[in-house]
Design a binder for this molecule. Structure first.
Ligand code: SF4
Length: 185
């Protein structure tokens, strides 16, 4: 019998391979879109729409969290540096996912952030494990990064919107700087 898992969904493209893999592992997936980190609002809704369409096409449930950028700003505790601020950002999103799992009576939780080679996988796993202990849940983890390239291929094949930066305003600026520098080479 499939085991339910609440899957925090950072975006549609990352959910492609990730959900395929969880299904292979006999999980019954419930998605949870909780990403108050995304800036600006239009970008948030663009990514939400992409994730929503993917989940509808796959006939999977997607629970939609609240979009409150002030929650994210507060959670960063003044950290602006890449790395330090990302830990706080992970903590906020995973904590909310663990709480939602408790509310829905789902024992396991995970996050599609585990697929990205651009995220700090060690920090994500540490935070997920700690929250699992705190709330008496199971944090499901495996090496999803090996499926990253396939997830991009699947997303392109489905004509999905592919974002150009991680999510927050800082990452938007950093990514724009990198693109303009490489354009000057
Ligand atoms: S770069 Fe990404 S993970 Fe880091 S704080 Fe910004 S949105 Fe969060």
């Amino acid at each position: 019998m499939p085991k339910k898992i609440l899957t925090h969904v950072c975006c549609g493209p990352c959910a492609t391979y990730f959900t395929k893999r969880l299904r292979e592992k006999n999980f019954e997936i419930v998605g949870y879109y909780f990403n108050p980190n995304i800036y600006p609002r239009e970008e948030y809704y663009q990514r939400l729409l992409t994730a929503r369409t993917f989940f509808q096409n796959e006939q999977l449930m997607l629970v939609e969290g609240k979009y409150d950028p002030a929650t994210h700003a507060k959670a960063l505790k003044g950290e602006t540096l890449f790395g330090k601020r990302c830990r706080e950002c992970y903590r906020l999103r995973l904590q909310q996912t663990a709480l939602k799992a408790v509310e829905l009576g789902i024992f396991s939780f995970t996050t599609t952030l585990l697929i990205s080679p651009y995220q700090n996988q060690i920090a994500l796993r540490e935070i997920g494990r700690r929250l699992a202990r705190k709330y008496h849940l199971l944090f499901y983890e495996e090496d999803f990064v090996k499926g990253y390239k396939e997830s991009r291929k699947m997303a392109r094949e489905q004509g999905m919107y592919l974002q150009k930066y991680c999510g927050c305003g800082y990452s938007q600026e950093e990514s724009a700087k990198i693109r303009s520098c490489s354009g000057n080479l």
